[in-house]
Design a binder for this molecule. Structure first.
Ligand code: ZN
Length: 147
Protein backbone atom coordinates (compact mmCIF):
# COMPACT_ATOMS: atom_id res chain seq x y z
CA UNK A 1 0.00 0.00 0.00
CA UNK A 2 2.33 2.74 -1.16
CA UNK A 3 0.28 5.13 -3.24
CA UNK A 4 -3.38 5.99 -2.94
CA UNK A 5 -4.47 5.75 -6.54
CA UNK A 6 -8.05 5.02 -7.54
CA UNK A 7 -8.45 1.75 -9.46
CA UNK A 8 -9.37 1.85 -13.12
CA UNK A 9 -12.53 0.03 -14.13
CA UNK A 10 -10.43 -2.89 -15.48
CA UNK A 11 -8.38 -3.11 -12.30
CA UNK A 12 -11.48 -3.03 -10.20
CA UNK A 13 -13.11 -5.83 -12.18
CA UNK A 14 -9.93 -7.91 -11.96
CA UNK A 15 -9.79 -7.39 -8.22
CA UNK A 16 -13.39 -8.47 -7.97
CA UNK A 17 -12.66 -11.66 -9.96
CA UNK A 18 -9.63 -12.43 -7.77
CA UNK A 19 -11.71 -11.95 -4.68
CA UNK A 20 -14.57 -14.15 -5.80
CA UNK A 21 -12.24 -16.97 -6.87
CA UNK A 22 -10.63 -16.73 -3.43
CA UNK A 23 -14.03 -17.03 -1.77
CA UNK A 24 -15.00 -19.94 -4.01
CA UNK A 25 -11.74 -21.78 -3.33
CA UNK A 26 -12.14 -21.44 0.40
CA UNK A 27 -15.69 -22.68 0.44
CA UNK A 28 -14.75 -25.72 -1.66
CA UNK A 29 -13.15 -27.25 1.44
CA UNK A 30 -15.84 -29.37 3.00
CA UNK A 31 -14.54 -29.98 6.50
CA UNK A 32 -13.60 -27.45 9.14
CA UNK A 33 -11.92 -27.86 12.50
CA UNK A 34 -14.43 -26.64 15.06
CA UNK A 35 -11.64 -25.10 17.14
CA UNK A 36 -9.28 -23.24 14.82
CA UNK A 37 -11.47 -22.99 11.73
CA UNK A 38 -8.84 -24.55 9.44
CA UNK A 39 -10.47 -26.09 6.42
CA UNK A 40 -9.71 -29.25 4.49
CA UNK A 41 -11.26 -31.65 2.01
CA UNK A 42 -10.24 -34.56 4.23
CA UNK A 43 -12.70 -35.36 7.01
CA UNK A 44 -10.14 -37.36 8.96
CA UNK A 45 -7.68 -34.47 8.97
CA UNK A 46 -10.35 -32.12 10.25
CA UNK A 47 -11.25 -34.54 13.05
CA UNK A 48 -7.64 -35.11 14.04
CA UNK A 49 -6.66 -31.44 14.06
CA UNK A 50 -4.34 -30.97 17.02
CA UNK A 51 -4.70 -27.22 17.50
CA UNK A 52 -5.96 -27.89 21.04
CA UNK A 53 -3.25 -30.32 22.09
CA UNK A 54 0.33 -29.82 21.05
CA UNK A 55 3.67 -29.02 22.59
CA UNK A 56 5.92 -26.11 21.61
CA UNK A 57 8.79 -28.56 21.18
CA UNK A 58 7.06 -29.85 18.04
CA UNK A 59 8.04 -26.58 16.36
CA UNK A 60 11.64 -27.87 16.56
CA UNK A 61 10.96 -31.50 15.71
CA UNK A 62 11.46 -32.96 12.24
CA UNK A 63 8.58 -35.31 13.05
CA UNK A 64 6.45 -32.79 14.95
CA UNK A 65 2.79 -32.07 14.20
CA UNK A 66 2.33 -35.65 13.00
CA UNK A 67 5.40 -35.44 10.78
CA UNK A 68 3.97 -32.25 9.27
CA UNK A 69 0.78 -34.03 8.27
CA UNK A 70 -1.52 -32.47 10.82
CA UNK A 71 -3.96 -29.79 9.76
CA UNK A 72 -2.51 -27.64 12.50
CA UNK A 73 1.06 -26.36 12.66
CA UNK A 74 2.11 -24.08 15.50
CA UNK A 75 5.66 -23.41 14.29
CA UNK A 76 5.08 -19.82 13.20
CA UNK A 77 3.32 -19.12 16.48
CA UNK A 78 6.24 -20.42 18.54
CA UNK A 79 8.68 -18.53 16.28
CA UNK A 80 6.71 -15.35 16.99
CA UNK A 81 7.01 -15.88 20.74
CA UNK A 82 10.78 -16.29 20.45
CA UNK A 83 11.07 -13.21 18.23
CA UNK A 84 9.36 -11.22 20.96
CA UNK A 85 12.28 -12.11 23.22
CA UNK A 86 14.76 -10.42 20.87
CA UNK A 87 15.74 -13.03 18.30
CA UNK A 88 15.60 -13.38 14.55
CA UNK A 89 13.85 -16.67 13.85
CA UNK A 90 13.63 -18.57 10.55
CA UNK A 91 11.41 -21.52 9.71
CA UNK A 92 11.49 -23.92 6.80
CA UNK A 93 10.03 -27.15 5.49
CA UNK A 94 12.08 -30.30 6.03
CA UNK A 95 11.41 -32.25 2.85
CA UNK A 96 7.99 -33.80 3.26
CA UNK A 97 8.30 -33.79 7.04
CA UNK A 98 7.44 -31.03 9.46
CA UNK A 99 7.60 -27.27 8.95
CA UNK A 100 9.93 -26.26 11.74
CA UNK A 101 12.18 -23.61 13.25
CA UNK A 102 15.60 -23.81 11.63
CA UNK A 103 17.48 -20.87 13.07
CA UNK A 104 17.35 -18.58 16.10
CA UNK A 105 19.87 -15.74 16.11
CA UNK A 106 20.16 -12.97 18.68
CA UNK A 107 19.20 -9.78 16.84
CA UNK A 108 22.16 -8.40 14.93
CA UNK A 109 24.09 -11.64 15.23
CA UNK A 110 24.65 -14.53 12.83
CA UNK A 111 25.15 -17.01 15.61
CA UNK A 112 22.44 -19.64 15.24
CA UNK A 113 21.49 -21.21 18.55
CA UNK A 114 20.30 -24.27 16.64
CA UNK A 115 23.65 -24.95 14.98
CA UNK A 116 24.41 -28.66 14.91
CA UNK A 117 27.05 -29.77 17.38
CA UNK A 118 28.19 -33.06 18.87
CA UNK A 119 25.43 -32.75 21.47
CA UNK A 120 22.71 -31.14 19.39
CA UNK A 121 21.15 -32.28 16.13
CA UNK A 122 18.60 -29.84 14.78
CA UNK A 123 15.24 -31.51 14.25
CA UNK A 124 16.11 -34.44 16.50
CA UNK A 125 17.50 -33.29 19.86
CA UNK A 126 15.24 -31.77 22.51
CA UNK A 127 15.47 -28.00 21.83
CA UNK A 128 15.84 -27.40 25.56
CA UNK A 129 19.47 -28.39 25.04
CA UNK A 130 20.04 -25.42 22.74
CA UNK A 131 17.74 -22.72 24.06
CA UNK A 132 18.58 -20.24 26.82
CA UNK A 133 16.80 -20.90 30.09
CA UNK A 134 14.61 -17.77 29.92
CA UNK A 135 13.36 -18.71 26.46
CA UNK A 136 12.38 -22.16 27.72
CA UNK A 137 10.65 -20.66 30.72
CA UNK A 138 8.75 -18.22 28.49
CA UNK A 139 7.56 -20.98 26.17
CA UNK A 140 6.60 -23.24 29.07
CA UNK A 141 4.59 -20.37 30.49
CA UNK A 142 2.82 -19.49 27.23
CA UNK A 143 2.15 -23.12 26.30
CA UNK A 144 1.34 -24.67 29.62
CA UNK A 145 1.66 -28.43 29.73
CA UNK A 146 -1.66 -30.18 29.58
CA UNK A 147 -2.25 -32.70 32.30
ZN1 ZN B 1 -8.01 -27.07 14.70
Amino acid sequence: MSEEKPLSKEEFEQALRDLSSLVLNTSSSEYTCAHCGEETDDEERADSCRCQSWHWREAFDKFGFDDGENLFNGTDEVAGEIERLGYDVSCDFWGNHNYLITSICPKGSEENLLENTDDFQRGYTDPRKALPEFVIRHLDEVYKEES
